[in-house]
Design a binder for this molecule. Sequence first.
Ligand SMILES: Cc1cc2nc3c(=O)[nH]c(=O)nc-3n(C[C@H](O)[C@H](O)[C@H](O)COP(=O)(O)OP(=O)(O)OC[C@H]3O[C@@H](n4cnc5c(N)ncnc54)[C@H](O)[C@@H]3O)c2cc1C
Ligand code: FES
Length: 266
Amino acid sequence: MYQVKARVLSNEKVGEAHYRMKLEVSQIAKDARPGQFVHIRCSSDHDPLLRRPFSIHKCAQGRIDILYQVVGGGTRILSKKRRGDQLDLLGPLGKGFEVEPAFSKIFIVSGGIGVAPLYMVAQEITRLGQGKEVTALLGAKNKELILGKDDWESLGLRVMIATEDGSEGYQGLVSALFERLILSQTSLSLAVYSCGPVPMLRKIAELSSHGGFFCQVSLEQRMGCGLGACLGCVIRGTSGYLRVCKEGPVFDAQEILWDDPDLEIR
Ligand SMILES: Cc1cc2nc3c(=O)[nH]c(=O)nc-3n(C[C@H](O)[C@H](O)[C@H](O)COP(=O)(O)OP(=O)(O)OC[C@H]3O[C@@H](n4cnc5c(N)ncnc54)[C@H](O)[C@@H]3O)c2cc1C
Ligand code: FES
């Protein structure tokens, strides 16, 4: 884990309230694994005081990309950053996804900005080689909020879209599309990787458990230190308390107690 000053290479608006920031940060880029995150000090003064966590969306040649949605003060400050600005980063942090070569059929299921940590998983799976049937399900409220569809298609995966308003692809929740696709599947060599709002993840976890699938989810709990010290991100798991920043943010779905009221609902 490093604490470094990263230079902003670009900060492009890619959606309604969505931005892609490229950061020059060779140490973090070198070590980052799919599903890990960086903890960013958004402001040089004390507002906001705490760092904000963001998944490492992409990683290449000395740089990382983050893909983020403006929801409050910290992300609003980030959205104003320009090429050449510097940001204080901690990372790479947390436990990422386990991409096991054994699985022949894989579903990647994202809801909204939950797409951010999943792209590197898809890249890793495609690196692992031929013979795998990989389907990426990208869900959002409407087609304007489907981020990076071209990137996904260029990986050579089957990409399916679900929009709540039906403006593109399947009309309805991405979890409902997933349910349709896996109805007839009972395969222990099927893996599911997912990130999105908690109600969606709960449903994906439940369906995967019924099917007996390997399922990992990335949680976006609010964080303090990001380093396992403050216990600000703790949730309840089946074997005790879990720090999302340290034991996660990626968990096996059956490790989570999905009715825990401390799970962030967005
Ligand atoms: C491991 C991890 C990875 C993440 N990756 C990404 C990413 O790649 N892209 C991205 O856009 N966001 C990501 N997030 C969420 C991001 O950290 C928050 O949106 C950000 O911290 C909000 O900061 P803010 O100051 O703009 O908003 P605040 O002013 O802090 O909050 C604004 C509103 O958002 C709600 N909120 C803030 N943080 C969270 C949260 N973590 N979960 C649920 N509700 C929240 C608050 O309750 C409030 O209503 C990630 C979170 C975690 C824990
Ligand atoms: S944020 Fe401090 S322990 Fe997780």
